[in-house]
Ligand binder design. Structure first.
Ligand code: FES
Length: 632
């Protein structure tokens, strides 16, 4: 019997899809290619996937989710997409706050001055023409001239370039431009042969594939300049917001794996289309990503990455021709990935190390890359140690009642008047706020603590105040009242939000200490504390130190390196020595597994307070408390 179906229209795009009756609205959005934010994985717990039913209220099935939606929202027609089933034709409006929007693109950090020795080189040549007594084959004639410049290199001429060779040589009177790609220290492959003198830049593309966002940086390989950047949401979100869901999805069957690969390839091709250049001008691509994302990009089964004993299929990825992967740049150009270290420590961290130069330092330094999983590296030129902390998405705003990613409408900076508790905030690219992102949450907790309004355990000390009130999840601080917000609902910080964030920051701090202890070091021995990823640029380092996310070291020692993954990928395009360095780093990095590390567990418990159970570990905060700079 044919299954009954319903038509669902999504506004404001006007996308219409057909789904079998009984499917959730969330499934219908995926079919429509609309990516909703689903931090709880679609289990009805977070309330972030709410949609507005414009037409068809009677064509729904599912309860009203009074724990996650307010009565007013339910009356107004809001429902949770993950919990509500389609029972007839519907028209649904998707509010901006329920969508995943690509985060603010982070600048990468290519050094201003560096010696450029790119993997792509160009050469103008004039080939001696054949004559009656010199009728050597065109290809031999070409090779003789090339060998004058590159006597020790093996020259590879791909079949595609041989096919049109005779006409190209003769078109501009035997004047040609050759573009080579270095495939190893001893091999040069002819990527392109053009008649006459070729103009236009030679471009390389650096890509950072994040679980949520894909960022791309177009680089001029002759000048080293960053020409353009772009970013988009990773369409793999349609198959699952978090990495584990995607691994399960990809593990189910080969076509799922290829579907995920195709999502990311399509996203990259769309980014390429958005650039002001001809795709063929892009002659090399390097990507940096965590281990799972790199596997999915190459269509390699990631099934065993998250099963004990946590083994990736590949750590040093093959170099593959762009057309084999379906990447729309010059078809013969090579696509590389920064190597991974383990299931948890991927090429993105190798990028961070390359950009920071930590592997060349005499004294130990720390890199922390803050994301859903926090990666930490401690090391210097002699040794490198890493770990991955189970941070969770709290710093991405996913667990907070009014949390959101660092996209349009997010409160990213907050100060609070310690006398009146009135807040002042900065919003990303909007007049009114939509929610609070991670850096805003850190500011709020630090400012409230400094105002003497929070205990070390993150509980409010004040009750009878217009800004602090009782909410569903305990006491809460009113950040913005409904008249000031886009959604016309209050934006608050709850005690539950605070304890989620304290657990996350505790995991980071415990990670630093566990690594340091392995080498009998303390924070006094740390030369520089590098912050990579989304937080480095937007976070208030002083506030991060006050709450104990960063250690208590002088602020001058804390440096942001922006998007280290993108920067590291860019470095390998500009200088081939970085390709070898990346491989060497990956081989020499020792990863410490924290899930069964008792030191880590102990440190984690101690560190889940503001700033720490032992205040003497944070002398700056302690001094402020003693001198009245922090009311405590
Ligand atoms: S994704 Fe629907 S409530 Fe969390």
């Amino acid at each position: 019997m044919k299954q009954k179906r319903a038509t669902v229209t999504f506004q404001p795009e006007g996308i219409i899809v057909e789904v079998p009756l009984g499917e959730t609205i969330l499934t219908a959005t995926k079919k429509a290619g609309i990516i909703l934010t689903i931090p709880c994985g679609g289990h009805g717990r977070c309330g972030k996937c709410k949609v507005l039913i414009n037409k068809g209220q009677n064509s729904l099935k599912g309860d009203f989710h009074t724990k996650t939606l307010t009565l007013k929202e339910i009356e107004d027609g809001y429902r949770l997409a993950c919990q509500t089933k389609v029972e007839g034709d519907l028209e649904i409006f998707i509010p901006g706050e329920s969508r995943v929007i690509s985060q603010k693109i982070l600048s990468d950090s290519l050094p201003v001055k560096m010696e450029i020795a790119p993997v792509i080189i160009r050469q103008q040549l004039t080939i001696p023409q054949p004559e009656e007594h010199s009728n050597m084959a065109d290809i031999d004639r070409l090779l003789v001239e090339i060998k004058k410049t590159f006597p020790h290199q093996q020259i590879i001429i791909p079949y595609e370039n041989l096919q049109k060779l005779p006409k190209i040589l003769r078109k501009k009177n035997w004047n040609i431009t050759l573009t080579y790609q270095k495939t190893s220290t001893t091999k040069l492959e002819i990527l392109e042969i053009q008649a006459g003198q070729a103009n236009g830049s030679i471009l390389g593309l650096a890509i950072d594939i994040g679980t949520t966002t894909i960022a791309a940086s177009l680089i001029d390989l002759e000048t080293g300049e960053r020409v353009q950047t772009a970013s988009c949401v990773n369409s793999q979100m349609l198959a699952g917001e978090d990495i584990i869901t995607r691994i399960h999805y990809a593990s189910a069957n080969f076509s799922n794996l290829i579907r995920l690969q195709n999502f990311v390839i399509k996203d990259i091709n769309n980014l390429i289309k958005s650039f002001d250049c001809k795709p063929r001008q892009i002659k090399a691509l390097t990507l940096a990503a965590n281990t799972v994302m790199t596997h999915l990009f190459f269509g390699i089964d990631p099934s065993y990455i998250w099963r004990e004993p946590y083994t990736p299929a590949v750590s040093q990825f093959p170099t593959i021709q762009a057309d084999r992967l379906g990447i729309k740049i010059h078809p013969l150009s090579k696509v590389r990935a920064l190597p991974c270290v383990s299931s948890y420590v991927g090429g993105d961290i190798i990028g961070d190390i390359l950009v920071s130069g930590l592997h060349q330092k005499d004294k130990p330094s720390i890199i922390v890359d803050i994301g859903t999983n926090g990666e930490i590296v401690l090391g210097c030129r002699s040794w490198l140690l890493s770990c991955s902390v189970p941070a969770g998405p709290a710093l991405e705003g996913a667990e907070a009642k009014c949390g959101m990613r660092a996209t349009m409408g997010a409160i990213e900076r907050v100060t609070i008047n310690p006398e009146t508790l009135e807040p002042t905030f900065n919003i990303i690219s909007a007049e009114k706020p939509l929610g609070i992102c991670g850096s805003g949450l850190i500011d709020l907790i630090a400012e409230l603590f400094q105002a003497g309004t929070l205990t070390k355990a993150g509980r409010f000390t004040v009750r009878d105040h217009s800004r602090i009130r009782k909410g569903v999840h305990g006491l809460e601080y009113l950040v913005a009242n409904k008249e000031e917000t886009i959604t016309q609902q209050d934006i608050v910080l709850t005690e539950r939000d605070i304890s989620n964030l304290l657990r996350t920051k505790g995991a980071f701090y415990a990670g630093y200490v566990t690594l340091l202890k392995s080498f009998n070091l303390t924070f006094q021995d740390v030369d520089t504390f590098y912050v990579a990823g989304g937080f480095g640029d937007s976070i208030n380092a002083k506030n991060a130190r006050t709450i104990g996310l960063y250690p208590d070291i002088p602020l001058e020692k804390i440096k942001s390196i922006g998007n280290g993954a993108l920067g590291g990928a860019g470095l390998t395009l500009l200088s081939e020595k970085f390709i070898d360095t990346a491989k060497r780093i990956a081989k020499s990095l020792t990863n410490i597994e924290l899930s069964k590390n008792y030191d880590f567990m102990d440190e984690y418990t101690l560190a889940s307070f503001i700033p720490h159970t032992h205040l003497d570990y944070f002398p700056t905060v302690q001094k402020l408390i003693e001198t009245g700079g922090i009311k405590y």
